[in-house]
Design a protein. Sequence first.
Length: 397
Amino acid sequence: MTISTSPEVASTTSRRRLLQFGAAALPVLALGAVLPTAAPAAGAGFRAAPATPQLRMPAETDRHDRTFMAWPARSTIWGRQLSGVRDDIARVAHAISMYEPVVVVARPSQAADARYWLGRGSAYGITVLEIANDDLWIRDFGPTFLTAPGAVAGLDTNFNGWGKSGTPYYQPYADDAAVAATLLHGYGVNRIAAPFTGEGGSLETDGQGTLLATVSSLVNANRNPGRSRAQVEQALKAGLGVSKVIWLPGLAGQDITDCHIDCLARFTAPGKVILDQPGPGTAQIWIDVYQESKRILANATDARGRPLAVTELPGPDRQLIRGRGRDFLSSYTNYYTANGAVFAPQFGDAAADGTAYAILQAAHPDRDVVQLNIDNIAGGGGGIHCATQSQPSVPAA
């Protein structure tokens, strides 16, 4: 893995600093075959303890060491939109870098371009890593991190291009599929192969043992053929260290992700969920998904037996937003939570944008809400959450 930096951060971010960042990462250890367990953070004179705590997928609101992103690579995927999409990615990266470090994966042949686009100043630095990739959706093909007291590990969820081989949604993904392992190796973080096939955008947790997921994106022959819902649920519990899965039906075959949970329902805190409410002009099939999800969440309890407090987040009027293509993701729910801030889209429907800001600010009173124009990213069917992946800080031992 070659490490390059934007000119402004070259003096503060280097291979030595990367190794420093990785100093709290896991050494390569054999992990249990049933449930993942953690090893203490690496250090001088490290010896594995006979008993170790169980790893779990943390809440996104936990402290981060950095945010990972990916540079859009292929004109065969984005066509004439590629330049605009790169503008959006640079805008998001710069905004996040005001709150925490950002690492952008880029193909070696495109690293110079990425440095140019990302070359403006930032508070915490933007680092370019030269790693071959196909697209920008690092939430899905990057590692999903797990933590335990004193330790962090990375779960490789076996990215298979959303299972879209042989369909109109297919796009090249071989390079993307290798990114998780390459990143984890470069940062010295132990890699765990997930006992299921899926994507980071299909997984939403409160950090206290509860997972939200859609049946359509995981209990699907294009990811986990021959497995029942009960079998997939057991694999999720084993791989993520959760004890309860709340299933929403979702909708298969209508978008590239088969209705990822991160565009539908998100935890803002334990026992508190934001639910995407489709705006005017949304197709009825997605309104049906929302209504069924609302019914299920109203009757659900989390892993600790608490009922869920559900706040609806209304989407924009699709006749008023700047982009209106069939695949345009007009969901405020696909926001990203970083250290001290929440990053959400701004679609150009002034009333809806303002309502989304107020709801997200009320849900995260201790963070800034930063709204960004990401019309080009949204035109490709994704959002800010899809384009980011957080590496959580190692919890205190």
